[in-house]
Design a protein around this ligand. Structure first.
Ligand code: ADP
Ligand code: MG
Length: 625
């Protein structure tokens, strides 16, 4: 066994430095955090060659008094905590007293600082952990720290550095994140002589996001605000349609510190579940504040990971805030016609225009006028308001409408929600019918037997009928109490594969909640006694296999299993794209979609409807500028 050595101080220092100083970006992070802790409201960061040869951080913070300067570079030397109990109430970004010691042991550091109550400042140079200069110097209040030749004395670490460009990008990413976390601080970043970021420091999250992530991005975000038992959540989140294929644009700041918290990310992503497409991730900038004693930031030397004393409370607060913001702030995606409006008269002289008219062939006569079909939609008349009060209790939604076709004759509605057995529900539906503030929805028609085109207020909506119906059914299944069940006169028996059969009989309760009453017949056979009304006429045996499949592929938590099963059922029961849909059916769907904020996306996250604003059309046709 080799002999045990206690490592000399400089070797121990280098080992410790490895934890804090991994690359230029980690130095930048520590140094900016020091400036923030010093109360600076203006910070300038400059790097050259990816930060490897040169990094400078200048701040207007409190500065370090002359006598404290050498101490600042000692390990475990900090002005931020004094005793162990202080670790429970950490409100500063730094507290480990390690950064300056670590950085100075692997580079050449030059410091110029002047504290608030000193007339003259200090100039200090330390290289590879050895003091090289310590003198008085005139300088403005605040601190400038320059790091040169990072890892000059640790070639092994030097080898791990990437190309200058990658290191510079990593530095820029750190500065971006810090700028986002402190909108009240003006942060400037200069990269190889070029200024690439300058935040105003006006304290507005939106302005900071604007500077860092760009205008288009900032304008498409939804504000998020929430407060739950001492935990506050605020920030900006993206609309579900704008989710991205990576998690690169997720920023979480906990008590002003950039952190990576699985709990927070999961809470946000759960709130987007069933709204965002699978494989896409929400973009967000969230500021979470929790009481200092409920979070442990001392988990990792770079302090980016945290531990909460009550994970569930954090999860619930973030989830509720995001969900709430989504339900309030999400709007339907709008179709913008990008081609600029073309005004031919503006571009042609009268003479030129005459020329084009002469050259154009005369219009061919329409030889078969009977081929031109004019389709007008049936008018849907509303019964007088008083009707609702006189209506017998078992009146259905459909009974209160009469449909008048093109020929003026009354027609029976083809599609109508079935009478509800519960009186309460009927009353609720009647209430909806007599609501006179309800916007008028006109069905213009249907394109490709797939997209319903409807008009409401000053907009036209294109609704994907399958996606819409699927979402409506899914929500119904999820809300549990509204699903209508039809008992089958003759039960449907199905002989299933062994694993499918097991999946079904082990989840009879779950299937019951989706509207299926199923008995175990033994020998891999089940009997279906009742099914959701919407599935009457569907191939129940193949649906059973699909449901079993869905149960088998979701091994995780019950709630996910339930949702996946509901997806399968809703998808099957929803009207298919390409199939015939009556006007009444379209109207019913359009109403449900356009009057409810809950039906924005299909359960797979595809949008249910797109909006085209009247203004947009008018611009295109040159009616307005
Ligand atoms: P920590 O930040 O964990 O305290 P550091 O090694 O980063 O440890 O810094 C040591 C000390 O030096 C800090 O506690 C602080 O008192 C002082 N210091 C460092 N940078 C600055 C700065 N930019 N302005 C004022 N004081 C600073
Ligand atoms: Mg520090």
């Amino acid at each position: 066994m080799p002999k045990i050595n206690v490592l000399p101080k400089n070797v121990a220092e280098l080992i410790a430095a490895g934890e804090v100083v991994e690359r230029p970006a980690s130095v930048i992070k520590e140094l900016i955090e020091n400036s923030i802790d010093a109360g600076a409201d203006t910070i300038t960061v400059e790097i050259q060659n990816g930060g490897i040869s040169y990094m400078r951080i200048t701040d207007n913070g409190c500065g370090i008094s002359g006598e404290d300067v050498p101490l600042a570079f000692l390990r475990h030397a900090t002005s931020k905590i004094k005793e162990d109990n202080d670790l429970n109430y950490i409100s500063t970004l730094g507290f480990r007293g390690e950064a300056l010691a670590a950085v100075s042991s692997v580079s050449r550091v030059e410091l110029l600082t002047c504290s608030e109550n000193e007339e003259i400042g200090t100039h200090y140079v330390i290289e590879g952990g050895q003091e090289a200069l310590y003198e008085e110097a005139g300088c403005p209040k605040g601190t400038t720290i320059i790091i040169r030749d990072l890892f000059y004395n640790t070639p092994a670490r030097m080898k791990f550095l990437k190309k200058d460009v990658s290191e510079a990008n990593a530095c820029a990413a750190v500065v971006d994140r810090i700028a986002l976390s402190h909108p009240e601080i003006s942060i400037k970043f200069i990269r190889d002589g070029k200024q690439t970021l300058n935040t105003s420091g006006d304290g507005q999250i939106k302005t900071a996001v604007y500077s860092v992530l760009g205008r288009e991005f900032a304008n498409s975000l939804i504000e998020c605000e929430g407060e739950f038992g001492g935990i506050t959540v605020s920030g900006l989140i993206c609309k579900p349609v704008s989710c991205k294929p990576t998690r690169n644009n997720q920023f979480t700041f906990l008590n002003g510190r950039l952190v990576r918290s699985g709990t927070i990310i999961t809470a946000v992503e759960q709130a987007y579940k069933n709204s965002a497409m699978i494989g896409k991730f929400p973009v967000f900038v969230l500021y979470v504040s929790v009481p200092f004693d409920t979070v442990d930031v001392n988990v990792h030397p770079a302090k980016t990971e945290v531990r909460f004393s009550d994970e569930k409370r954090i999860f619930d607060s973030v989830y509720a805030s995001v969900k709430n913001a989504l339900s309030k702030g999400d709007t339907r995606p709008e179709i913008k016609i990008t081609q600029p409006a073309f005004n031919r008269f503006e571009r042609m002289t009268t003479e030129q225009f005459k020329q084009t008219v002469i050259k154009t062939e005369p219009l061919k006569e329409i030889t078969k006028p009977e081929q031109v079909k004019i389709v007008t939609e049936p008018v849907i008349k509303k019964e007088p308001k008083s009707f609702a009060f006189e209506a017998p209790k078992n009146t259905t939604f459909a009974d209160t409408y009469s449909f008048v076709g093109n020929d003026g004759k009354k027609t029976e509605p083809v599609y109508a929600p079935k009478a509800q057995s519960k009186d309460v529900l009927i009353e609720k539906e009647l209430d909806e019918i007599i609501d006179e503030d309800k916007p008028v929805i006109t069905i213009i028609g249907q394109a490709f037997n797939t997209y319903i085109i409807a008009q409401m207020d000053d907009s036209i909506f294109m609704i994907d009928k399958h996606a819409a119906h699927e979402r409506i059914l899914f929500n119904k299944l999820k809300s549990q109490h509204k699903i209508e069940v039809q008992a089958l006169l003759t039960p449907i028996t199905a002989n299933l594969q062994k694993d499918e059969y097991n999946a079904i009989i082990n989840n009879l309760d779950l299937l019951l909640s989706a509207g299926f009453e199923i008995d175990d017949f033994g020998a891999s056979t089940v009997a279906v006694r009742a099914i959701p009304t919407t599935l009457v006429g569907e191939d129940i045996v193949s649906l059973l296999s699909e449901m079993a499949e869905s149960i088998l592929t979701t091994k995780s938590v019950q709630i996910e299993r339930e949702e996946n099963l509901f997806h399968t059922v809703a998808c099957k029961a929803a009207i298919k794209a390409g199939s015939h849909t009556s006007v009444a059916e379209m109207k019913d769907l359009a109403e449900k979609v356009l009057l409810s904020k809950d039906i924005m996306y299909c359960p797979h996250g595809r949008p249910v409807a797109y909006e085209i604003k009247k203004r947009e059309l008018e611009k295109q046709f040159g009616r307005i500028q």
